[in-house]
Design a protein around this ligand. Structure first.
Ligand SMILES: Cc1ncc(COP(=O)(O)O)c(C=O)c1O
Length: 375
């Protein structure tokens, strides 16, 4: 067995998650599926094809390069480029050719872009407002100042959007505050003559959590890949994890009480123990932060990660699983009741499940990065 680990992507689960999410939306609310970062590590080409076949109205990538991967896969759905495009004539030509809808994120970029759009032509864009994330987007005041250019310049302002900072905490007041700020800015812009067709605010947390945040379109990422940003969000929406990450037992050794395991002997056997060495480590994307904190599923049973996760190995205590054998498949995370939950593992690692999903190495079969292929 050559591969140290494998990653399996269940596209039926992806399609099912889209349908489940749709059922939680009022009729007419559109879906913009976020496929940035190689679809959160799930493969942008295949995921975009599945989501397009499932009827999403829009896809979102971080950059035009990511969008090119989606287009190379034959997907024709409009693509919102969250990070915007360069203010160069060829970038604008590319946007038209590829059917990209760039975000306008700040006044300077909007002016620079307007200057390179050829006379007589218009670029379809979505205007991003900063309503509280304080990361990217125009403040409502800056957007109002820009209205003359936005209204009379070479743009078609198709959409107006913002991004929620705290929606994964359902009781956090920030989401409603952002909604109010967004509604007020939207009304001011409309009074000034700017009437975008689509207004959108909600990520997965907003889409699963509060219908008031849905507006004309939602922009889920994580939920489509089968996870909730917070287990309390959308408990009735049936989501199935799309990614399964697995490896194998290389060997099993019996060790006496007091034996230290792995680098630094950070775990020592408190009883005569059976320790399985698994062929995966942080080089394949299993976080070192899960040393002595993670768990795997083996023959349907939970077994704890013991000792320090190393570059290409980790150790698991299988003392209570004497039937475990070298060559057994080990589920690191995935779907099904016995599979470790990647969001819970993310918490245990002191991070979020998103980071684990996007962190599986491209050397792992099934996790090849689409963007490595020339588009
Ligand atoms: C602007 C924007 N919208 C939507 C999303 C999707 O977020 P989530 O995966 O939490 O649904 C992201 C992801 O980071 C984003 O940056």
């Amino acid at each position: 067995m050559n591969a140290r680990a494998v990653c399996a992507i269940d596209l039926d689960a992806l399609a099912g998650n889209l349908s489940a999410l749709r059922r939680a939306l009022a009729p007419g609310v559109r879906v913009c599926a976020v496929v940035k970062a190689n679809a959160y590590g799930h493969g942008a080409a295949a995921c975009a094809q599945t989501l397009a076949a499932g009827g999403v109205e829009m896809l979102a990538t971080a950059s035009p390069d990511e969008a090119r991967v989606v287009r190379a896969a034959g997907v024709t759905v409009p693509i919102l480029v969250l990070g915007g495009i360069d203010s160069r004539r060829d970038a604008v030509e590319d946007a038209w050719r590829l059917g990209l809808v760039p975000s306008l994120l700040d006044a300077e970029a909007a002016r620079a872009l307007a200057a390179v759009v050829p006379a007589g032509r218009r670029l379809r864009v979505h205007l991003k407002l900063d309503t509280g994330m304080n990361r990217a987007g125009l403040t409502p005041a800056a957007a109002l100042d820009l209205v003359p250019l936005l209204r009379d310049g070479p743009f078609e302002i198709d959409g107006l959007y913002s991004h929620l900072a705290c929606a994964d905490e359902p009781s956090h007041p920030a989401s409603r505050q952002q909604l109010e700020a967004f509604a007020a800015a939207s009304a001011d812009l409309e009074a000034a003559g700017l009437r975008p067709k689509i207004r959108h605010l909600a990520n997965s947390a907003g889409a699963l959590g509060d219908p008031a945040l849905h507006l004309d379109m939602v922009r889920p990422g994580l939920a489509l890949y089968g996870h909730r940003p917070n287990p309390a969000l959308g408990p009735t929406v049936a989501l199935r994890p799309v990614m399964e990450f697995a490896s194998w037992i290389a060997s099993i050794r019996p060790v006496p009480t007091g034996t230290g395991i792995g680098y630094g002997w950070t775990w020592q056997a408190k009883r005569p123990s059976l320790i399985a060495t698994i062929r995966v480590g942080y080089a394949q994307g299993y976080p070192r932060a899960l040393s002595n904190r993670g768990w795997v599923s083996l023959r349907g049973q939970r077994a704890p990660v013991v000792g320090t996760v190393s570059m290409e190995h980790l150790s698991v205590d299988v003392t209570d699983l004497p039937e475990a054998r070298a060559g057994d498949r080990v589920l690191l995370w995935g779907a099904g009741p016995e599979a470790p939950d990647v969001m819970a593992l993310g918490c245990a690692a002191g991070t979020i499940g998103y980071e684990l999903l996007t962190g599986v190495a491209t050397s792992v079969p099934g996790r090849e990065d689409d963007s490595d292929e020339p588009a």
